[in-house]
Design a protein around this ligand. Structure first.
Ligand code: GH3
Ligand code: MG
Ligand code: MG
Ligand code: MG
Length: 298
């Protein structure tokens, strides 16, 4: 495992917590809390790779904690191992049916806990890798349309909830068909890779992201960014591509490769669907093309 996995132990019994912590702390970053409420609060602010969850606890019990975890889109993929003194088949079946990945009965063997934790973390690691691969565009190796759609929806909900502006940029390479015709499709592919790299490299804020929207089109999602800020950022991206200086003698607007950009922003109080944002950005893009290309329209 490349980085140390994080494991959260939830158990009301201090001795159990201590023993479990001792069992796992050599291999993992271990956190302990003593109630279901504290576990849910913990997960609101920190992400972990695995949860070891007691069932019988005062307040909300382990079953309820698991249900809450499954309801939340941020945590529903988090693997949970129940650890309980309830050792009947019915208890175990209930835990597994609720979505726990494994069920360990108390008193437990440290070696078995270690092995089962390791197995779950290996599965988690593979799932994370698959998830990552499914979100990456094969040619440019930047986030793909699937990633864009999922994360734009999430950012849109967040900005609506927090009453902050959200800006979306749609970018399209100018006269790219002519580029392919002039330099060949392989050179076209290389050009797209360099543009993608330049766009991603120009993002400074961790919350901003660029994705390949399709073909020779890219999108940028800029949370907490006003229309004015988005224009400045779009021009930065436009320059980043222009400054690559990729020759394009067949272009009708420049001697090197350029992009046009359309912008849409949700200003506070306005109601927008996230797809409407993309449509509006597309209108801006159309105007940028119409206005002579290599420009930004908001
Ligand atoms: P405009 O300035 O109006 O955008 O002109 P354009 O030629 O860029 O627009 P158009 O949509 O007509 O052409 C887009 C071209 O992008 C056509 C297509 O072959 C090319 N293209 C799309 N995806 C890829 C790709 O993955 N690799 C390569 N090499 N070319 C691609
Ligand atoms: Mg208990
Ligand atoms: Mg296009
Ligand atoms: Mg184009």
């Amino acid at each position: 495992m490349l980085k140390r996995a994080k494991v959260l132990i939830v158990d009301d019994d201090p001795l159990n917590r201590l023993v479990l912590e001792k069992t796992l702390q050599q291999d993992y970053d271990v956190f302990c809390v003593e109630s279901g409420e504290k576990a849910l609060t913990f997960l609101k602010t920190q992400s972990v790779d695995l949860l070891i969850l007691d069932i019988v606890m005062p307040g909300i019990d382990g079953y309820e904690v698991l249900s809450k975890i499954k309801e939340n889109t941020v945590t529903n993929m988090l693997p949970v191992i129940f650890i309980s003194a309830n050792s009947s088949h019915d208890d175990e079946a209930k835990g597994l049916e609720l979505g726990a990945m494994d069920y360990i009965t108390k008193p437990f063997s440290a070696a078995i806990v270690r092995a089962r934790v390791r197995n779950q973390l290996l599965i988690k690691q593979k799932n994370d890798l698959l998830e990552m691969l499914a979100s990456i565009d094969g040619l440019t190796e930047i986030p793909n349309r699937r990633y864009l759609d999922e994360n734009l929806a999430r950012e849109w909900r967040r900005c609506r909830r927090d009453q902050t502006p959200l800006s979306v940029l749609l970018m399209d390479v100018d006269h790219f068909k002519r580029f392919n015709d002039c330099y060949g499709h392989r050179a076209g592919d290389d050009c797209l890779k360099r543009i993608a790299h330049a766009l991603v490299g120009a993002c400074e804020r961790g919350s901003d992201f660029v994705a390949r929207y399709g073909g020779e089109e890219f999108a940028a999602v800029l949370p907490n960014t006003t229309a004015t800020q988005a224009v400045a950022f779009a021009n930065k991206l436009r320059h980043a591509v222009s400054n690559l200086g990729i020759p394009h003698t067949a272009s009708l607007n420049s001697d090197h490769v350029t992009i046009s950009i359309g912008i849409a922003t949700t200003e506070t109080g306005q109601v927008y669907a996230e797809q409407t944002l993309l449509e509006e950005a597309d209108l801006g893009l159309y105007q940028a093309k119409d206005g002579g290309r290599d420009q930004v329209v908001s």
